[in-house]
Design a protein around this ligand. Structure first.
Ligand code: NAP
Ligand code: MG
Length: 402
């Protein structure tokens, strides 16, 4: 059987610990036997980031901008313990933070749904994708403790020194205040990423905030979304047979709980932080969650939503058997290959990626899974496999499908 050919390289960002072990197994068992894999390789493992003074992370982001599609393995974000463990020159920044700052994207997270791992919310039949704005608001705030009586104001001074003031509160006692901001270009690019992603995945888009209370701040988000939708996306949405609507966040929460799923829910930074944890835990497991960074210029970076699974890695180093779930990492690869295939008009590559996803789901639904899933499944008599055997089982399922 001849291998599927690729034309443009995929940017491959290798990572750390247990996910680095899975990365190699996935390539050897599930990809290289079938695809003539063409990648531009960047080693984002902590040792090489340290050796290159983190230049490799910047280079990998620049390559992503150049080629348009990347797949990323989970990486360590160093803390004091890691500086000691890896004898680091510096406490390097989070690679995801560095990459996001260069690519300027929106993070979309969606659960991988399989029969036998039922969401806690019984009526959720399809995945709910959360789109989180990743800039500003309370994450870039200024706060003050007010010690006693006095006046607090918001003051904006323009380039000519002209001041505009707004009273926050006349304090009669001690209290607290908080100031936050966002930027029009950032909100615009957030909106465009959401509209593009909805078109790309042919799903309905919801956006919610608290505009009834926050008549200028949240209302600006609502207005920007509506304006961009009306001017740039309305017709495209009609053609694709999908809809966009805005609703108050209270209403959205109530509707989400009663929905069947199958849509994208766009949220402001804080709402997205909280709601993505709620949605992902209600769907079952972090190891069954995909994450993709979508940029306004149409650049995509695919990854798993979980970390490097450090505890399992130490067991692996100690020679013990591990049962680490590779599904989200497999889906990062298939997502990236599918996107590469679409952009380069390689239908065989797209079909391969879709089939590999199906083989992964079929393997689990057939009762073969890793320990984390065995603990939460409603299936009886499942077979718990170790990390390597699970990947081999997926290969066997895939080969039977052909
Ligand atoms: P983690 O790697 O997500 O693992 C936390 C726990 O969740 C694991 O100990 C394991 O539970 C379970 N788990 C997560 N993924 C799993 C999988 N694929 N299969 C089975 N179980 C899984 O988070 P962490 O331990 O807090 O962080 C470890 C390192 O990852 C840190 O250095 C952090 O900086 C990094 N990190 C990277 C990213 C990223 O690159 N996107 C994201 C988050 C964290 P049990 O131990 O109970 O089995
Ligand atoms: Mg959170």
């Amino acid at each position: 059987m001849s291998k599927i050919l690729m034309t443009t390289p995929l940017v491959e960002m290798d990572g750390d610990e247990m996910t680095r072990i899975l990365w190699k197994m996935i390539k050897e068992e599930l990809l290289e036997p079938f695809v003539d894999l063409k990648t531009e390789y960047y080693d984002l493992g902590l040792e090489y980031r340290n050796e290159t003074d983190d230049q490799v992370t910047v280079d990998s982001a620049m390559a992503t901008k150049k080629y348009g599609v990347a797949v990323k393995c989970a990486t360590i974000t160093p803390n004091a313990a890691r500086v000691k463990e890896y004898n680091l020159k510096e406490m390097w920044k989070s690679p995801n933070g560095t990459i996001r700052a260069i690519l300027d994207g929106t993070c979309f997270r969606a659960p991988i749904v399989v029969k036998g791992i039922e969401p806690c919310v019984r009526n959720w039949e399809k995945p709910i994708t959360l789109a989180r704005h990743a800039y500003g608001d309370v994450y870039k705030n200024a706060e003050m403790k007010i010690p006693g009586p006095g006046k607090a104001e918001l003051v904006y001074t323009d380039a000519n020194g002209v001041e505009t003031r707004e009273l926050i509160h006349e304090f009669k006692s001690a209290g607290i205040i908080q100031g936050m901001h966002n930027l029009k270009p950032s909100i615009e690019s957030f909106a465009r990423c959401c509209f593009e992603y909805a078109l790309d995945t042919k799903q309905e888009l919801w956006f919610s905030s608290k505009d009834t209370i926050s008549k200028k701040y949240d209302h600006t988000f609502k207005d920007i979304f509506q304006e961009i939708f009306d001017n740039e996306y309305k017709e495209k949405f009609e053609k694709a047979g999908i809809t966009y609507f805005y609703t108050l966040i209270d209403d959205a929460v109530a509707r989400v709980m009663k929905s069947k799923g199958g849509f994208i829910w766009a949220c402001k930074n804080y709402d997205g932080d909280v709601m993505s944890d709620m949605v992902s835990s209600a769907f079952g497991s972090l190891a069954m969650m995909t994450s993709v960074l979508v940029c306004p210029d149409g650049t995509y970076e695919f990854e798993a939503a979980h970390g490097t699974v450090q505890r399992h890695y130490y067991k692996h180093l100690a020679g013990e058997e591990t049962s680490t779930n590779s599904v989200a990492t497999i889906f990062a690869w298939t997502g990236a290959l599918k996107k590469r295939g679409e952009l380069d008009k390689l239908p065989e590559l797209v079909t391969f990626a879709e089939k590999m996803e199906k083989a992964t789901i079929d393997t689990i639904e057939g009762g073969q899974m890793t320990k984390d899933l065995a603990l939460i499944t409603s299936m009886k008599d499942v077979k718990v496999l170790n990390s390597a055997d699970f990947i081999k089982a997926i290969r066997a399922t895939y080969e039977k499908m052909n």
